[in-house]
Design a binder for this molecule. Structure first.
Ligand SMILES: Cc1cc2nc3c(=O)[nH]c(=O)nc-3n(C[C@H](O)[C@H](O)[C@H](O)COP(=O)(O)OP(=O)(O)OC[C@H]3O[C@@H](n4cnc5c(N)ncnc54)[C@H](O)[C@@H]3O)c2cc1C
Length: 475
């Protein structure tokens, strides 16, 4: 219960337009990209500066109130769902890129800076910020840090944690901690690495020092066409085994590619059962010989054709088809849900066999479009929500696929995080001792569970249970 004068005090800190409390305005914040569960916060606070974030958290601490951090709300595991905390602190006004250091290849960006803005700000110098989630036109640096986000080029360039040198973290008490950065290879514990991927459960990140990478000089982009998903996935293993490291290695199966072609007319081979989108990048020298190797490996795995993009326009068309794949899925069924799991790359053929067996067992249609090179699968289960029995089978199939990922040495999430969505699956991966150790670690930063409570780590007090399949899709 908030004390009288609390909201007035908040407005004093962040301005009248920095507090959202009208019910209709709060609707925007009732869920993120995980739309299955919804719950409106009582208040959303929009600080304008990192210093205001610290003042707001200090006030909340004094009032004994927990908070939920939020960036752009594109998260896909319900990390911004306000369970057990009525106040949301949103970084959307922390939009400044505070410094750009081209010579040392780093920038300091506030948490609300949109991912793509960083690369745009340094493109003139031939640099970029490598993590490129497909949501990069909207998602924020703070959200990327919290989720340790990946993207299509994760295969070669790594995920967010590989590109963050330091963070400023405001603890739930309002104290400000500077962790890591700007120097590479700091001694002592890697506290920055600990914060990256902590899903807002340690406090609120207000700034990050980001490592910049050189933009590739050249690209070669291929579409390899196969008569079976099995052959395509064996080719994935073959490519990885060969030592070539593609910048991206993506797969679409026949079900998905026909829907994509129907929707976007990108010239995809509608008779095929699977295609691989393979991209090489780097210095021009050497790309042709690697391209030959790619063609040879695909042929060895019975590719019926390997097309290559002849120019930037063709490359853009292939990527458009891949990135818009989910937009086309609505043509296949009234509803669909997407799972996000990961297996070791060598297990891609096996997990695809298991997905196919699961589809058969539950009489469901499942399409696949995913980051094959990372072993990060996104099976799309098609259904009709009016059919209650089918809904139950979809939930069972989703569970079984994730269990298979774990059994094959993988994990229940490749890139979307645990949030509230996958809390129930944490014990599949971690023993009670592991979970206890993580809870103890969390207590170092947040002993009273004030930062994003009831997320990431299971607790006995709140459980958001899946009653219907999730519908959103992303890659
Ligand atoms: C179309 C689409 C495509 C996507 N593609 C990808 C993809 O390719 N790869 C990928 O990894 N993900 C992808 N995602 C998921 C999502 O975009 C990422 O997880 C992204 O990093 C979330 O950023 P956000 O600013 O929207 O964070 P939010 O959704 O607002 O928050 C996500 C989590 O981070 C916490 N958080 C946010 N800001 C802070 C902060 N400043 N300090 C502490 N905690 C914070 C929140 O509490 C929440 O737990 C996609 C999503 C969509 C909708």
């Amino acid at each position: 219960m908030q004390r009288p004068g609390f909201v007035h005090h908040l407005r004093g800190l962040v301005g009248d337009d920095g507090v959202v409390d009208r019910p209709e305005a709060l609707l925007v914040y009732e869920c993120d990209g995980y739309t299955l569960e919804r719950s409106s916060p009582e208040l959303v606070v929009l600080p304008r500066t990192p210093a205001e974030v610290a003042q707001v958290l200090r006030l909340l601490w004094a009032e004994g109130i927990a908070f939920v951090p939020r960036g752009a709300g594109t998260g896909l595991s319900g990390g911004t769902l306000p369970v057990g905390s009525p106040i949301m602190v949103c970084t959307s006004r922390l939009q400044e890129i505070e410094s750009i250091d081209i010579a040392n290849r780093r920038v300091v960006a506030q948490a609300g800076v949109v991912n793509l803005w960083v690369s745009r700000a340094v493109a003139h110098a031939g640099l970029l910020f490598a993590p490129d989630p497909s949501s990069q036109t909207a998602c924020t640096i703070g959200g990327n840090v919290a989720e340790n986000s990946g993207g299509p080029h994760t295969l070669k360039y790594g995920v967010t944690t590989n590109h963050v040198l330091g963070v400023e973290l405001v603890l739930p008490t309002g104290e400000v901690a500077q962790l890591g950065g700007p120097v590479e290879d700091r001694i002592g514990y890697d506290l920055t690495g600990l914060v990256v991927g902590s899903e807002g459960t340690f406090g609120l990140v207000t700034r990050a020092t980001l490592r910049l990478s050189r933009a590739p000089e050249s690209y070669r982009t291929f579409l390899a066409v196969f008569d079976s998903v099995g052959e395509a996935s064996e080719a994935v293993s073959g490519l990885i085994d060969s030592g070539i490291l593609p910048a991206a290695l993506e797969m679409m199966d026949g079900l998905i590619l026909r829907a994509v072609e129907d929707a976007f007319h990108a010239g995809l081979p509608v008779d095929a059962e699977a295609v691989l989108l393979i991209e090489l990048d780097g210095p021009e020298t050497g790309l042709d010989s690697q391209s030959e190797e790619v063609r040879t490996i695909c042929a060895e795995h019975h590719a019926v054709e390997v097309r290559s993009a002849r120019d930037d326009a063709e490359r853009a068309l292939l990527w458009k088809a891949r990135k818009r794949a989910f937009g086309a899925v609505g043509r296949l069924a009234p509803n669909y849900c997407t799972q996000d799991g990961v297996v070791p790359r060598t297990q891609v053929p096996e997990i695809l066999r298991r997905i196919s067996a699961t589809a058969e067992k539950h009489a469901l249609r499942i399409g696949n479009v995913f980051h094959a090179g990372d072993g990060n699968i996104h099976p799309i289960i098609l259904f009709d929500e009016r059919d209650r029995d089918e809904v139950k089978r979809v939930l069972a199939a989703g569970r079984e696929i994730l269990e298979a990922c774990v059994e094959l040495g993988g994990s229940v999430t490749g890139e979307h995080g645990i949030g509230v969505e996958k809390i129930a699956q944490m014990p599949l991966l971690f023993s009670p001792q592991d979970l206890h150790a993580m809870t103890t670690l969390r207590s170092v930063f947040d002993p009273e569970r004030r930062a994003n409570p009831h997320k990431l780590l299971p607790d006995s007090k709140v459980c958001v249970e899946a009653r219907a399949p999730r519908r959103q899709a992303a890659m």
